[in-house]
Design a protein around this ligand. Structure first.
Ligand SMILES: Nc1nc2c(ncn2[C@@H]2O[C@H](COP(=O)(O)OP(=O)(O)O)[C@@H](O)[C@H]2O)c(=O)[nH]1
Ligand SMILES: Nc1ncnc2c1ncn2[C@@H]1O[C@H](COP(=O)(O)OP(=O)(O)O)[C@@H](O)[C@H]1O
Length: 394
């Protein structure tokens, strides 16, 4: 890239080092020595970086799925590691994005040159995902079904991929994505999986998309995966609660597996052989936060609910949390501390009637790659009332 025309560089600087200027559907945002130009055509949001220290323009490697075309956008730096991008005139679940410029995920990529990554903002504080592991036949599926049935708006199941054949009652896309081994191996190579493992002779894996779909619906994700998978998730950037389910005895486990009647004798024996190793690992490794004994089903379910904090109070919280914001074309964005203020009132009258949206970015969390969770959104009546409130607190 050539040298930047001097007037643009001057134009981009603001006193606090964070700039916000718009040129048509292009925005420029300054973080430290770098100026991030986001925009270009209506088709895609291209990114160029001007590095003041070298005086050069760079086209970075862009990771993640970029926001689909939009009718313009606003950009504001959240802090040194990411830029908030708000799409204009888009649907409420697709208007908030982040361009990660120096997050842990970006730094971990070890790529030559500049790297940035798109991640979609997920509104609301869906609780940490829950990883449930345990030997075949212990009752994982049964307990998960009970949770999903009692709390349908709170939990979402991460639908895994597997190369094993479907059982009679299992539906593709609901219980598993039943997949050819060669297809799954290619998708693993392409980086589409958060984790995968070979279990009882078949390949099983959690795709990043499976977890993202649950997060996008604002639900708490439940993963039913084996101990190897749990270990991989533990090492990943997904912060979760890990629960291991134990049978009351090996005999009871065998009885349950046989009574379920979904496996051949050979498969049952293989699952029982593997169960010993899984129970050893599950109960002695430090992967799991909680170990639950599934003796009496109802008792075990009650303990599970308690572990997940389902005592009634946060059920209500979850259901009243905002789902999203519908941003009109005409709006302005400003930043005060950890709060981003979006104003879309056009007249003085409108400015005092819930046309101010506050986006609280003080507790952002990286979710699955490609998602930023923990965004808090609320409306306020007027800017002056809000400022008064802040002054009273400080
Ligand atoms: N690592 C990993 N394990 C999985 C995944 N999905 C399922 N499993 C595990 O694979 C094992 C076999 O699952 P399945 O064939 O449904 O049999 P079941 O455990 O007898 O119901 C269980 O331990 C599951 O927890 C996945 O996406 N990743
Ligand atoms: N606490 C329990 N007592 C008796 N049977 C149970 C209990 N929990 C589950 N089961 C039964 O055991 C079988 C295996 O349970 P399932 O949920 O399929 O296990 P997993 O998903 O861990 O392989 C099912 O037929 C289920 O109805």
């Amino acid at each position: 890239m050539g040298e930047a025309p001097t007037f643009i560089v001057n134009d981009l600087h603001s006193e606090n080092g964070f700039g916000l200027k718009s040129k048509g559907c292009e925005t420029s945002t300054v973080i430290g020595d770098k100026t991030y130009l986001i925009g270009g055509t209506n088709e895609s949001l291209e990114i160029k970086i001007y590095d003041k220290s070298t005086g050069r323009w760079v086209i970075p490697t862009v990771l993640g799925i970029e926001p689909k075309s939009c009718k313009g956008h606003s950009a504001v730096p959240v802090n040194e590691d990411r830029i908030l991008v708000i799409k204009k005139g888009s649907t409420s679940d697709d208007c908030i994005w982040f361009l990660e410029v120096d997050t842990q995920y970006v730094r971990e990529q070890n790529k030559e040159g500049e790297v940035v990554a798109w991640s979609k903002g997920v509104i609301g504080n869906a609780e940490k995902p829950v990883v449930i592991s345990g030997p075949s036949g212990v009752g994982k599926g049964t307990l998960i079904s009970m949770l999903m049935k009692e709390f349908p708006s709170m939990f979402g199941f991460s639908v895994s991929h597997t190369t094993r054949a479907p059982r009679e009652m299992e539906k593709d896309g609901v219980h598993y994505h039943f997949t050819e081994r060669s297809v799954m191996e290619k998708e693993i190579k392409d980086g589409k999986f958060l984790e995968f493992a070979s279990v009882h002779g078949n390949l099983y894996g959690t795709s990043i998309e499976a977890v993202e779909m649950v997060a996008d619906a604002g639900k708490r994700c439940i993963l039913d995966i084996d101990v190897q998978g749990a270990r991989s998730v533990r090492a990943s950037s997904l912060e979760a609660i890990f629960i291991f389910i134990c049978p009351p005895s090996m005999q009871e486990l065998e009885d349950r597996l046989r009574a379920r009647g979904t496996e051949t004798e050979e498969q049952i024996l293989k699952r029982l052989r593997n169960a010993k190793e899984e129970i050893d690992q599950g109960t002695s490794s430090h992967i799991f936060d909680h170990i639950l004994y599934n003796d009496k089903l109802e008792e075990c379910y009650e303990i599970l609910k308690k572990l997940l904090g389902l005592d009634g109070s946060n059920v209500a919280d979850h259901q009243t949390s905002p789902k999203g914001i519908d941003l009109p074309l005409d709006h302005s964005v400003s930043k005060i501390d950890n709060k981003i203020l979006i104003n879309f009132g056009t007249s003085e009258l409108e400015k005092t009637s819930k046309n101010l949206i506050v986006l609280d970015v003080s507790s952002l969390k990286e979710g699955a790659p490609g998602r930023t969770r923990g965004l808090n959104v609320y409306t306020i009546d007027s800017f002056s009332d809000w400022l008064n409130g802040i002054n009273k607190l400080s």
